[in-house]
Write a protein that binds this ligand. Sequence first.
Ligand SMILES: NC(=O)c1ccc[n+]([C@@H]2O[C@H](COP(=O)([O-])OP(=O)(O)OC[C@H]3O[C@@H](n4cnc5c(N)ncnc54)[C@H](O)[C@@H]3O)[C@@H](O)[C@H]2O)c1
Length: 333
Amino acid sequence: MTSQRSICLTGGAGYIGSHACLALAARGVSPLTVDDLSTGSEDAVNWGPLVGLDIRETDRLATVLKKHSVDTVLHFAASAYVGESVENPQKYYDNNVGGMLSLLNACKAANVKTFVLSSSCATYGVPERVPVTESSLQNPINPYGRTKLICEQMLHDYASQSDMAYSILRYFNVAGADPSGALTERHDPETHLIPLTLFAAAGRIPKLTLFGGDYDTSDGSCVRDYVHVSDLVHGHMLALEYLEDFGGSLIANLGSGQGVSNFEIIDMVERLTGRQVPVEIAPRRLGDPPELIADISHARQRLGFQPQRSDLGTIVADAAHSFGVEAVHAISA
Ligand SMILES: NC(=O)c1ccc[n+]([C@@H]2O[C@H](COP(=O)([O-])OP(=O)(O)OC[C@H]3O[C@@H](n4cnc5c(N)ncnc54)[C@H](O)[C@@H]3O)[C@@H](O)[C@H]2O)c1
């Protein structure tokens, strides 16, 4: 990737966006972050300037993009909690769809040439079969997933009327943290399973609540595809190179291609920390599919995407390190 690029990350102060900034800096790019700090943190923006701005402010956003001669946008900014989206759909349509519309209009005004969208496996809903390929039916079952699908369609429509190259990356469960300890797997509020399991092991929360222990899976708990955040952001670097070389459009799943059950996570945390995780099994949540695993062969073939740190032991160890949770055992993959 050419380091002369002028790259803007919306949501660069968030968990994944800040890791993407770090990966860009390692390639000689000083990324511009646009973030309203609604869930992100100023102290995670260390590798380029931060403009504190809500992306729904179209005119101000277009002015910022023009001032910095931005040619490439990585769009991470969104509200990203499934449960909250069910309780407050207005917030999700407003921020995710309204934010996308505003951003696309600002990009058009600033003549942005390349766009990468953070999409989600939530756009697939309850898949008919796993592993899930990019051509699987997209039938989201909650407002969050629906907003992400609408964003995909908006991007396609805008790009088809311009010379903007774009990539839609559908993430599965992103976890872990940069191994240097420079960043953490941080969410506000914390609802993600691996951090919560580590917090329960360390006594920072009284117990871990698991939703459903009677699924038709090997051990009764849900199975998900966890991809290490460092592998995920590397996938973005590959997508940028692909768009630079070939232009056009690219849609790819980014996951590990492996399924991991909730009980396997608990077991891994217990082995790593040497402590028991107090667990409460609660009823299933409506619309939680038993299994969600990515078919990543498309990303492998088109991008050369090859996860390096997405085995469960490495993900949990890197997350524990970033939280300062002591690991008493080294875990091999
Ligand atoms: N974490 C996952 O497992 C996962 C999985 C699939 C997709 N995604 C997607 O990846 C992206 C990043 O997720 P994350 O986990 O880093 O979340 P995050 O909440 O840590 O980051 C989102 C960032 O966007 C900012 N933001 C939100 N609305 C904004 C607005 N209107 N204007 C400016 N800034 C705004 C927040 O302040 C925050 O810094 C999201 O689009 C999310 O939907 C995440």
